[in-house]
Design a protein around this ligand. Structure first.
Ligand code: GDD
Ligand code: MG
Length: 350
């Protein structure tokens, strides 16, 4: 059976001040008033034949993760805890090692915990299409038709047809520079990498061994004698700390000769920044997306969120204003990528 593995260890720093170290993006209710991004990710898998999700996240978020799963009816969740973040290649390796420990070799559906997918049925259809490819030993990614020269994504060049809506991957390029991204967009041959994957657990470990043996070795040692308490699996902290930091995109997907792609047309969005959230949010007739106590006058195309006090705006446009108990962000909507720099400065300056 298909085994969902949900990666929930990111920091989401571009969504500061709402997203914080102790409460990052995937645990926030960003696109729904009722459920968090993580909870949406889990609920999106209901109604298809799939095993219970395996979650992998940082140790410091263990109670948040378990509580959010419990809230939506998943009482005995499986959660692997990373003592430190080493990015997605090691995180997926820990999950694959756990899943193959008893000699089994399940198909993994690797998902990010912080994506919005508005058309669940279309998502399920793409999963169906990926199944035979992954069964045959391919490392399948889900490709999105690009709409702009976004440099925060991986790009997939579509290769030959493999039948059943699948294609080989002629090239996989993680986060190209702007010039290259513009070329790719203009060529019409490239898709964005959605950051979701499907492959057999052992197949991933074999490719990791071929391209990044140090990661596999460190993760194998870290998973050697895992300890279990409550819902949690803990790995050897010292061994995992010694693991190189790398993403699956650089470590495996750019290098493997066995990548395949199915396209995904399901209203996908990586809510990577405040402007991305504004784009997918419901807006009033002036293009404003507001949450909480907000009063606008002659204000257009802005995202305004208040947690504690009234925010009033007059005669402004294209702003992002986010108010929390201890911080207030005011930014131009075109400059929200730089919020990350503020977070880095706060960290550096204490
Ligand atoms: N468990 C765990 N541990 N999860 C992690 C870690 C980690 O160390 N680092 C990141 N994650 C989780 C994040 O929470 C997110 O759900 C997912 O893994 C992807 O990580 P990001 O850090 O958000 O990656 P990205 O957005 O820069 O790039 C990836 O996604 C893009 C699409 O959104 C790549 O796969 C790109 O190629 C892709 O286009
Ligand atoms: Mg992301």
């Amino acid at each position: 059976m298909l085994q969902p593995v949900i990666m929930a260890g990111g920091s989401g720093s571009r969504l500061w001040p709402l997203s914080r170290q102790l409460n990052p993006k995937q645990f926030l209710r960003l696109t729904s008033e009722k459920v968090s991004m993580l909870q949406q990710t889990v609920q999106r898998l209901e109604n298809i034949e799939i095993s219970l999700p395996l979650l992998i996240c940082n140790e410091e978020h263990r109670f948040l993760a378990a509580e959010q799963l419990r809230q939506i009816g998943y009482k005995n969740a499986s959660i692997i805890l990373e003592p430190v973040g080493r990015n997605t290649a090691p995180a997926i390796a820990l999950a694959a090692l756990q899943l193959t420990a008893k000699g089994e070799n399940p198909l993994m559906l690797v998902l990010a915990a912080d994506h919005l997918i508005s058309d669940t049925a279309a998502f399920h259809q793409s999963i169906e299409q990926a199944l035979p490819l992954a069964e045959s030993g391919k490392l399948v990614t889900f490709g999105i038709v690009p709409t702009k020269a976004e440099t925060g994504y991986g790009y997939i060049e579509q290769g030959e047809s493999l039948g059943n809506h699948g294609y080989t991957v002629a090239r996989f390029v993680e986060k190209p520079n702007l010039e290259t991204a513009e070329e790719y967009l203009a060529s019409g041959k490239f898709f964005w990498n959605s950051g979701m994957f499907m492959f057999k657990a052992q197949r991933y470990l074999d490719e990791l061994k071929a391209f990044q043996p140090d990661i596999l070795e460190a993760c194998t040692r870290a998973m050697d004698t895992p300890s279990h308490d409550l819902d949690f699996t803990r790995v050897n902290a010292e061994a995992f700390a010694a693991c190189p930091d790398d993403s699956i995109d650089y470590a495996v997907m750019e290098r493997t000769a066995d990548a395949a792609m199915v396209s995904l047309d399901a209203g996908w969005s990586d809510i990577g920044s405040w402007s991305a959230l504004w784009e997918v949010s419901e807006k009033d007739s002036h293009g404003n997306s507001t949450v909480g106590d907000v009063m606008t006058s002659d204000t257009t195309n802005s995202l305004i969120r208040s947690e504690n006090r009234l925010i009033a705006t007059v005669g402004v446009s294209d702003l992002v204003i986010v108010e929390t108990k201890d911080a207030l962000l005011v930014a131009h909507k075109d400059r929200v990528q730089d919020v990350k720099k503020i977070v880095e400065r706060i960290k550096a300056e204490g």
